[in-house]
Ligand binder design. Structure first.
Ligand SMILES: *Cc1c(COP(=O)(O)O)cnc(C)c1O
Length: 392
């Protein structure tokens, strides 16, 4: 491929743009992962991640994609044939359910239409009906990246507690952590699952489990086979900053730096920035007159926006045109949204002008692809962004 001048716009909802400071941090010699220099790195990233997950408990780091951490959450806590309650918020919830099935679990999948987050009244009904406590875990996706819909985790916890149900609460926050407020301890999550390449602004290759005491206790009795993903194997060496096998050392350099960046900006400022960019993007989509899958005002994702293509128009052709003309990658439609919905990622290393650049590319693309729409989306986004500063 020929050189294309200017920066590529990577506006998919993960992997996200990697900040230069993180790239520089990764660009170093790999060191002995059993030596003293590594020990400090190992301890630093464990401590830093606890602050990011907002937990006093344990955070385990795997050299794997987020999918590995999904598997780890299940195999460490459950037994073959266990029933688990999962909720169809979209494609990622479906993938996690399929993975659970392959592991020999018995997932009960509450059907959803990919247009709302977890409906806690449906959850409550199911938990109340489970008098024998056959359900061992409730597994939900915090930020469903296929439909751009968030679920209210604190509310889900309250619902489980109100039902006095002992199931573990497991939450996929692969695309939420580091861009949307997340509180592992306060929300009473037992296992949080995340990954490196979304809100944490790292390349792909690391995944995480934040683990409550209750989940650790469950892991002592759980009998699903596990080896590479075994928490127990990790916890021993982790105490001193080490790993049972060769860790992804250079990504850990990057992780340490990414945590610095998030904390320099201030986590609350990071969350506010994502909320603002979500609002501005929706202002643009509304001005274009296009539809978004999300039906509940309180469930719009601050991290990305999904847009429904008008009938008879292909999102695949639309994204291809935008890539060729404007050197920008947009997120594809996943699962049943294939060729129907495209996604604008606005998470990670991102600012007002990057957002306006991305939205300009989308608006020009709509014109060039002859997609019926109104002009003025970028203007609406600018006004939305300006309003925040005018209020001050
Ligand atoms: C990206 C993503 C995953 C999967 O992560 P991989 O790193 O691709 O394995 C899981 N859940 C959600 C919500 C995601 O956005």
């Amino acid at each position: 491929m020929k050189y294309q001048s200017g920066r590529h716009f990577l506006q998919i909802p993960g992997p996200t743009n990697v900040p230069d400071r993180v790239l520089r941090a990764i660009d170093r010699q790999t060191i002995d992962h059993r030596g003293p220099e590594f020990q400090q790195l190992g301890l630093d990233v464990q401590k830093g991640l606890k602050r990011i997950f907002k937990t006093e408990g344990t955070v385990i780091i795997y050299p794997s994609s987020g999918t590995g951490a999904w598997e780890a959450a299940l195999v460490n806590t459950l037994n073959a044939g266990d029933s688990v309650l999962m909720y169809e918020t979209g494609h990622f919830a479906t993938l996690w359910m399929t993975l659970a099935k392959r592991l020999g679990l018995n997932p009960e999948f509450i059907p959803g239409n990919w247009r709302t987050g977890v409906d806690v009244s449906v959850l409550e009904e199911r938990l109340i009906a489970d008098r024998s406590h056959a359900l061992k875990a409730v597994c939900v996706v915090h930020n469903e990246t296929s439909s751009a819909i968030t679920s209210h985790i604190a509310l889900i916890r309250k619902t489980i507690d109100r039902c006095k149900h002992p199931a573990l609460l497991m939450v996929d926050t692969v695309s939420g952590l580091g861009s949307i407020d997340y509180r592992h301890d306060e929300w009473g999550v037992d296992v949080s699952v995340s990954g490196s390449q979304k809100g944490l602004m790292l390349p792909p290759g690391l995944s995480f489990n934040a683990v409550s005491q209750k989940a650790l206790d469950a892991s002592k009795k759980a009998t699903l086979p596990r080896s590479y993903f075994s928490w127990e194997e990790m916890l021993g060496p982790n105490k001193n900053g080490y790993f049972p096998y060769t860790p992804a050392t250079n990504l850990l350099y990057g992780l340490r730096e990414a945590i610095h960046l998030l904390e320099e900006e201030g986590m609350d400022n990071v969350f506010q920035r994502h909320i603002r960019h979500g609002e501005a993007t929706r202002a643009a989509v509304n001005a274009w007159g296009l539809e978004m899958p999300c039906k509940n005002e309180t469930e719009f994702s601050p991290a990305l926006t999904a847009v429904v293509m008008p009938e008879g128009h292909s999102e695949i052709a639309f994204r291809k045109l935008i890539l060729e003309r404007f050197n920008m990658s947009l997120g594809s439609g996943l699962g049943k949204f294939t060729d129907k919905v495209f996604r604008i990622g606005h998470l990670g290393d991102f600012n007002d002008l990057t957002l306006l650049g991305a939205l300009s590319g989308v608006e020009m693309g709509l014109t060039l692809a002859n997609v019926p729409h109104h002009k003025g989306g970028v203007d609406a986004a600018m006004q939305s962004l300006e309003r925040v500063y005018q209020k001050k």
